[in-house]
Design a protein around this ligand. Structure first.
Ligand code: ADP
Length: 515
C-alpha cells in the first residue's frame, strides 16, 4: 500500500516537474521577448528624439540662412541631414528655393503649394521656435512628408521654411543605425507588421515599426523547447531512477522475506527430519536390547531399519554440512581421474537395500566405454545419492527408479551423462526455476507431506558446477521426472552449468521429452 502511494506521489511529482519545466521554459522565452520589446521601445524613443532634434536644428539653420544678408550663412546648409531633400521658403503664395541644386518638379511644386495653402498659419505672436509641423501627402503612391516651420530668421523677419523629408534616406540614415546588430530587431514598414508584437513609431517616423525578426522569434521558441526538453528529461530521469530504486528495494525486500520464510521452514523441517530417524533407531535398539525379539528374521528386519534410518540421517547431516561449507566457500574437493560408472554403481548398491525394502522397481545401466572424468568421488556419489533418494521420495504408487550412465557426445560435448528417471509426482512448472535455490520446497501438498530440507538439489547443482558440468531436468506432472548430470571428460574444456528454469527446458536435446 505504501509502495502504491509512493508510486502515485512520484508520478505526481514528475507531472508537477514537467509542468514547472514547461512554465519555466515559457517564461524564459517570454522574458527574452519582453527584453526585446523594452529595447525596441528605447530605440523608438531615441529615434523620435533624434528626429525631432535634427529637424528642429535643420529648420533653424535654414531660417538663419534665409535671414542672413546675401546668404552669408549658406555653408550651414551643407551640414543639413541627408534625409532633408528640397528646402524652400514659403512667402504665402509661392516657393522660393533655398537649395538650388535640388530641382523641384512642377507637379511636386503644385502639390506642395496646395498643402501649404491648406495649412493654417500660426498667429503672429505665437512662439514657434520649438515647433515644426509635419504635413503628409502621397505622390505617385510614395509618401510625401513636408516639414514646415515658422521661424524667426532675423530680429525683424519671420519666415516659413518648407523642407521635404526623404523617407528612404531617413530610414537608412537615422533609423537603421539605431538597431544594434544581433539584437534580433528590425525596422519594417508599418503596413508589414506581422508577428508577435511591433513597436510602432510616431510623428515623422510613423511609417515604420520596430519588431523582432522572424529568426529571433524562432530562436526563442526553439530555445524554449530545448529548455523544456532538458527539464522534462531530467525530471523523467529522476522519476525513472526513483522507480528503479523502489523496484530494486522491493525485490530485495521480497527476496529477504522469502528467504526468512524458507529458513524458518527449514529449521522446522530439519528438526522433523532429525527426530524421525533418531526415534526409530532408538526404538528398535531398545526393542532389540530388551531381548523380547526372539525371531532371527525380525531381528534382521530391525537391524535393516536401523541401518536405513542411520544412512538417511548421515545423508541428511552430510547435505547440511556440505551446503554450509559451499555457502561459506569452504568446500574442498579432491579431484582425481575417476570412473563415473564405478562411482554410480557403488552408490546404487549402497542404496539398493533401501530400494528393495521400499518396494521400488529399479534399474541401472552403465555404458561400457565411458571417458575418464576428473572429479571428487565422494561429491559425485553424494549428488547421485540425492537424486536417487528424491526419485524414491517423490514417487507415488508406481515406485520406479532408472539410472543410466552414458557417454555424452551431443552438441559437440564430450563427457559422461548420469540420468536418473522416476515415475513420481512430477514438478510443477512454477517451481522449476527455484528448485536449486537452496531451502526451496514446493508448496505442493504432495511435496510437503514427504518431508525434506530443500538442500538436496542446491547441493547437486553446486557440486556439478564445481566440476564444470551441468544439471538439467525434465518433468511432467504425475508422469515423473528425469534429472541429468553432465560431467565433462578429463581432457576437455569445462562446461558451465545452467541451472533450471524455462531456459534449461529449451536447451533440452532433440528427442528429449517436453516437460
Ligand atoms: P527436498 O527434497 O529435501 O525438499 P531438494 O533440494 O532435494 O529438497 O528438492 C527441492 C524440491 O524439488 C523438492 O521440495 C521437490 O519439490 C522438488 N523435487 C526434487 N526432486 C524431485 C523429484 N524427483 N520429483 C518431484 N519433485 C522433486
Amino acid at each position: 500500500m505504501v509502495g502504491l502511494w509512493t508510486v502515485v506521489f512520484s508520478f505526481g511529482l514528475a507531472v508537477v516537474g514537467v509542468v514547472l519545466a514547461l512554465q519555466q521554459a515559457r517564461s524564459f522565452a517570454m522574458r527574452l521577448m519582453t527584453e526585446a520589446e523594452a529595447q525596441a521601445a528605447r530605440i523608438a524613443s531615441d529615434a523620435r528624439d533624434r528626429f525631432d532634434h535634427q529637424l528642429l536644428t535643420a529648420m533653424h539653420q535654414v531660417a538663419v540662412v534665409a535671414g542672413s544678408p546675401n546668404g552669408t550663412a549658406k555653408p550651414a546648409l551643407e551640414s543639413l541631414p541627408g534625409w532633408i531633400g528640397l528646402v524652400h521658403l514659403w512667402d504665402g503664395e509661392g516657393l522660393i528655393p533655398i537649395r538650388a541644386e535640388f530641382e523641384i518638379t512642377p507637379t511636386l511644386r503644385e502639390l506642395i503649394q496646395r498643402r501649404l495653402q491648406a495649412r493654417s498659419a500660426p498667429p503672429a505672436e505665437e512662439d514657434t521656435a520649438e515647433k515644426v509641423d509635419l504635413l503628409y501627402d502621397t505622390l505617385e503612391n510614395a509618401p510625401l512628408v513636408l516639414a514646415v516651420a515658422d521661424r524667426v530668421a532675423s530680429p525683424d523677419q519671420r519666415v516659413t521654411v518648407v523642407a521635404q523629408i526623404v523617407l528612404s534616406r531617413l530610414r537608412a540614415e537615422l533609423l537603421d543605425p539605431l538597431i544594434p546588430p544581433g539584437s534580433g530587431l528590425e525596422v519594417v514598414p508599418v503596413s508589414g507588421t506581422t508577428g508577435p508584437w511591433a513597436q510602432t513609431l510616431t510623428g515623422g517616423l510613423r511609417f515604420w515599426a520596430i519588431k523582432p525578426t522572424d529568426r529571433f522569434v524562432k530562436e526563442q521558441q526553439s530555445a524554449a523547447v530545448r529548455q523544456t526538453m532538458v527539464y522534462a528529461t531530467m525530471t523523467l530521469l529522476a522519476l525513472l531512477t526513483l522507480l528503479a530504486t523502489m523496484w530494486f528495494l522491493a525485490r530485495v525486500a521480497r527476496r529477504e522475506m522469502v528467504l526468512a520464510e524458507l529458513k524458518a521452514n527449514f529449521v522446522a523441517d530439519v528438526s522433523h527430519e532429525l527426530k524421525t530417524p533418531l526415534a526409530l533407531i532408538s526404538m528398535f535398539a531398545e526393542t532389540l536390547q530388551s531381548g523380547r525379539v526372539t525371531s532371527e528374521d525380525k531381528r534382521q528386519e530391525y537391524y535393516g531399519i536401523m541401518l536405513r534410518e542411520s544412512t538417511r540421517l548421515t545423508n541428511l547431516i552430510n547435505n547440511i554440512l556440505d551446503f554450509a561449507r559451499i555457502d561459506a566457500g569452504k568446500k574442498e574437493y579432491r579431484f582425481e581421474p575417476i570412473d563415473v560408472g564405478q562411482v554410480v554403481r557403488e552408490t546404487y548398491h549402497a542404496y539398493k537395500a533401501q530400494l528393495d525394502a521400499g518396494g521400488v522397481e529399479h534399474h541401472l545401466s552403465i555404458d561400457g566405454t565411458l571417458p575418464a572424468v576428473r572429479a571428487d568421488r565422494d561429491a559425485i556419489a553424494q549428488a547421485v545419492l540425492n537424486l536417487i533418494s528424491n526419485a524414491v521420495k517423490y514417487s507415488t504408487d508406481e515406485k520406479y527408479v532408472a539410472i543410466d550412465v552414458t557417454k555424452d557426445t551431443r552438441r559437440g560435448r564430450h563427457g559422461v551423462l548420469i540420468s536418473i528417471h522416476d515415475r513420481g509426482i512430477g514438478i510443477r512448472p512454477e517451481d522449476r526455476a527455484h528448485l536449486t535455490e537452496g531451502f526451496f520446497r514446493s508448496a505442493d501438498n504432495r511435496v510437503r507431506s514427504r518431508g525434506g530440507t530443500g538442500l538436496g538439489l542446491a547441493l547437486v547443482k553446486h557440486i556439478v558446477e564445481d566440476h564444470h558440468g551441468s544439471l538439467d531436468m525434465e518433468s511432467r506432472l504425475v508422469k515423473g521426472s528425469t534429472f541429468r548430470i553432465f560431467l565433462p571428460a578429463d581432457n576437455r574444456e569445462p562446461v558451465r552449468a545452467a541451472g533450471f528454469g524455462p531456459r534449461d527446458v529449451k536447451s533440452a536435446q532433440p528427442g528429449d521429452r517436453a516437460s
